[in-house]
Design a protein around this ligand. Structure first.
Ligand code: ADP
Ligand code: MG
Length: 537
């Protein structure tokens, strides 16, 4: 029974292992892994929390079955469930888990004739009762159910019992059970009232929580861009240029895509490396070491090649090609937004792939929001802001003697050549930046026509220096125009300006409204696209 190794290692009986095999269980679920050993040994009470469908029934069912004795003719375990369906379901699960062990399980719920239940109870030989609180109380009051030898009392789906108003009943039942039983409480959620019950009725109990398997972390912002296949590369460059601290993996579907994307990136001046199945092991390790040390910040990879890369503090994961399935999506983006750091997962979708993305979104149960690819003007503004910041930082820190010395020299040259300070600084920038700020570096991206809901990116002349944050900016725009805040998307706040995305309609309203404002409510608003055009002239 090699398959059931982990179960066997817990010391389960041969009978139990056979039953598990017959049920097709191969290994314990996380909640089972933690609770079964605890319940097989010692005497502590237990609170177990795990989401629905994680095998909580077997988590308590297995150890109870193992510990109850066939020959005992007293009820050894009472399992309370909120509904009759659940009572039947749990009774079935217990019956199949007990295998050939001669234990009798009796479901006792309201809606079934009480006479028949009384008959069964009177006959005796029942080891486990699975019941709903109301009917159990009924039997206790009639004296047809005796719990004086009870060893285990289980509150299953405790949060549901609470929601259905059974808590008083549950407490009443608890008060009629012997002192030295073990109380086990299982629930998918743990509201305060449940913790209170635990505190009141349990002896120094253990709490076992199995975290909901995070499909994606809350720290990962998930967005998608709708772009044509041939515009993907341009969109990628704009993203890389917007984010100076970009540290991420760009996922492509095929080796060929990985190679082409990487060489195009290198041609355009980025330090990027590729990994895929055809890359030698030595090269792969070299690349990965550089990547881990952040000497390399752009890695282009196929899913298979990226498997097993244990870098998890990425700022970005880019799905340059859509992942094959929801699982691959979750796997890819799970590499960002970890260890308390925020990250962004960006997915490129072509119009043809839109439905597949929605499928991924549904199955992976994640929220992926549509954003606009940054406009050229936005990218250039971001770059300028970065350069401005770097220059002011240097001024703040102080410039080296050598540079200062050279400055005097250059100022003299300037004078001799009959040029002014502006000429000089512009020339120095040209020298240092080359064509870094040239819009010609960027190609136009085709707008994808979605019939209605045309979106517009607006430039707003308010930024961090005006004590603006995304929330405040939305408030200013909304209170001025009565546009609801949820209509304002994709807010980017920079030092001296911000960008927002709104519908074309709202864009008109906003521009018109603020055009007529005066005083401190007066600031520059214009379409980001027009900003691009102006620059060209
Ligand atoms: P929960 O009470 O946590 O919602 P259940 O106990 O109803 O979950 O179990 C859900 C399903 O998973 C049941 O069909 C059960 O047989 C099955 N199951 C439980 N544990 C395992 C396991 N270790 N391996 C395979 N299937 C399991
Ligand atoms: Mg359950």
């Amino acid at each position: 029974m090699e398959k059931l190794e982990k179960f066997a290692a817990m010391g389960l009986s041969e009978t139990m292992l056979k039953a598990l095999e017959a049920k097709g269980f191969e290994e314990p679920s996380p909640i089972q892994e933690q609770t079964i050993p605890l319940l097989l040994n010692g005497n502590s009470d237990l609170v177990g929390q795990a989401q629905t469908g994680t095998g909580k029934t077997a988590a308590f069912g297995i150890p109870i079955i193992e510990q109850l004795e066939e020959k005992s003719d007293r009820i050894g375990a009472l399992i309370l469930t909120p509904t009759r369906e659940l009572a039947l379901q749990v009774a079935d699960e217990i019956n199949s888990l007990k295998g050939s062990k001669k234990l009798r399980v009796l479901p006792v719920y309201g809606g079934q004739g009480i006479e028949l239940q009384i008959k069964h109870l009177k006959k005796g030989g029942i080891h486990i009762i699975v019941g709903t609180p109301g009917r159990i109380i009924d039997h206790l009051e009639r004296g047809t159910l005796k719990l004086d030898n009870l060893r285990f009392m289980i509150l299953d789906e405790a949060d549901e019992m609470l929601n259905m108003g059974f808590i008083e009943d549950v407490e009443k039942i608890l008060s009629q059970t012997p002192k030295n039983k073990r109380v086990l409480l299982f629930s998918a959620t743990m509201p305060q009232e449940i913790m209170n019950i635990a505190a009141k009725y349990m002896k120094d109990h253990k709490v076992i929580k199995v975290q909901k398997k995070a499909v994606t972390t809350d720290l990962t912002e998930q967005i998608y861009f709708e772009v044509c296949e041939r515009d993907k590369f341009e969109a990628l460059c704009r993203i890389l240029d917007m984010k100076v601290d970009f540290y991420g993996i760009i996922f492509c579907r095929t080796k060929h895509d990985v190679d082409t994307t990487t060489s195009r990136l290198i041609d355009r001046g980025y330090d990027a490396e590729a990994i895929h199945g055809d890359i030698t092991q030595i090269q792969r390790e070299k690349v990965l070491t550089r990547f881990k040390n952040k000497k390399l910040t752009i890695l282009v990879a196929t899913d298979v090649a990226a498997r097993g890369i244990d870098v998890n503090n990425l700022t970005h994961v880019i799905n340059y090609s859509l992942p094959q399935d929801p699982e691959a999506y979750v796997h890819r983006i799970g590499r960002t937004g970890r260890a308390g750091k925020e990250g962004t997962a960006i997915t490129f979708v072509t119009p043809d792939e839109y439905r597949k993305l929605m499928f991924i979104k549904r199955i992976a149960k994640t929220d992926i929001k549509k954003h606009q690819v940054p406009e050229i003007g936005e990218v250039i503004e971001a770059k300028r802001e970065r350069i401005r910041k770097q220059i002011t930082d240097i001024m703040e820190k102080g410039v080296s003697e050598a540079c200062r010395d050279f400055t005097h020299d250059l100022l003299l040259t300037c004078e001799n050549e009959d040029k002014n300070l502006e000429d000089l600084i512009a020339a120095i920038l040209e020298f240092a930046l080359e064509d870094e700020l040239d819009e010609k570096n960027y190609a136009q991206i085709r707008q994808i026509k979605s019939k209605k809901n045309e979106k517009t990116r607006l430039f707003i002349g308010l930024g961090k220096k005006d004590k603006i944050n995304p929330k405040k900016l939305a408030e200013i725009i909304c209170s001025g125009t009565k546009i609801p805040s949820k209509a304002i998307n994709d807010i980017g706040v920079f030092d001296k300006f911000s960008f927002i995305t709104v519908s074309e309609n709202d864009a008109n309203t906003i521009i018109e409204t603020f055009r007529h404002k005066k005083g401190k409510n007066k600031f520059h608003i214009e379409r980001a696209k027009e900003l691009d055009k102006k620059r060209k002239h």
